[in-house]
Ligand binder design. Structure first.
Ligand SMILES: CC(C)(COP(=O)(O)OP(=O)(O)OC[C@H]1O[C@@H](n2cnc3c(N)ncnc32)[C@H](O)[C@@H]1OP(=O)(O)O)[C@@H](O)C(=O)NCCC(=O)NCCS
Length: 148
């Protein structure tokens, strides 16, 4: 039996404790995401993925999608004690499967994780651009290119 077969996979917001989800993002680390904000963004997402090992939430991710053209994968994280065992790949594969049929499935990688996504079939976009609420912080953590 593979390590992943010991995990329980679920796809509904009422199957996750939002306080625990918020702690998962702090631990991963993927930043400070308060439970109320998570309720909004997961509640507005078309596809959700949560993975529990026993009672413990060890992985999560979501997809914003319009049902035909564009799907956007966000907030993928794996508990540090469970990283490196194929769980992150499994979550991405599941989200891609759920979003099948969209003309494009987009994400932006946390700096340093590009090879992980490349291995899962994602290709570099030439012209991706964004309006950020806090552009300087996004520049500081390597997500945005400083403009001339
Ligand atoms: C990135 C993350 C989701 C990967 O999850 P994971 O369960 O550790 O990944 P997997 O075990 O499925 O790894 C799959 C492959 O990707 C590689 N990989 C994992 N993390 C990587 C990284 N940061 N950079 C490059 N390669 C990575 C693994 O070595 C493995 O390669 P292999 O198949 O050749 O052995 C996880 O490390 C994480 O939560 N990191 C912190 C939060 C984060 O950065 N999230 C991504 C936001 S865009």
């Amino acid at each position: 039996m593979s390590a992943l077969e010991n995990h329980t996979w679920s796809h509904r917001l009422d199957e996750v404790d939002l306080e625990e989800l918020s702690r998962l993002y702090l631990l991963a680390p993927l930043g400070d995401k308060p439970p109320e904000a998570l309720a909004t963004v997961f509640g507005n997402s078309r596809y959700l993925c949560f993975v529990h090992a026993g009672d413990v939430l060890v992985g999560a991710g979501r997809v914003l999608a319009d049902g035909a053209d564009c799907a956007y994968i966000a907030d993928v994280a794996v508990h540090p004690e469970h990283q490196g065992h194929g769980l992150g790949s499994g979550i991405i594969r599941k989200l891609v499967e759920l979003a099948a049929g969209h003309k494009k499935i987009i994400l932006y990688a946390a700096p340093g994780t590009e090879a992980f996504y490349r291995g899962l079939g994602f290709r570099h976009m030439n012209t991706a651009m964004a309006i950020w609420s806090d552009p300087q912080r996004a520049v500081d953590i390597g997500l945005l290119r400083p403009e001339d």
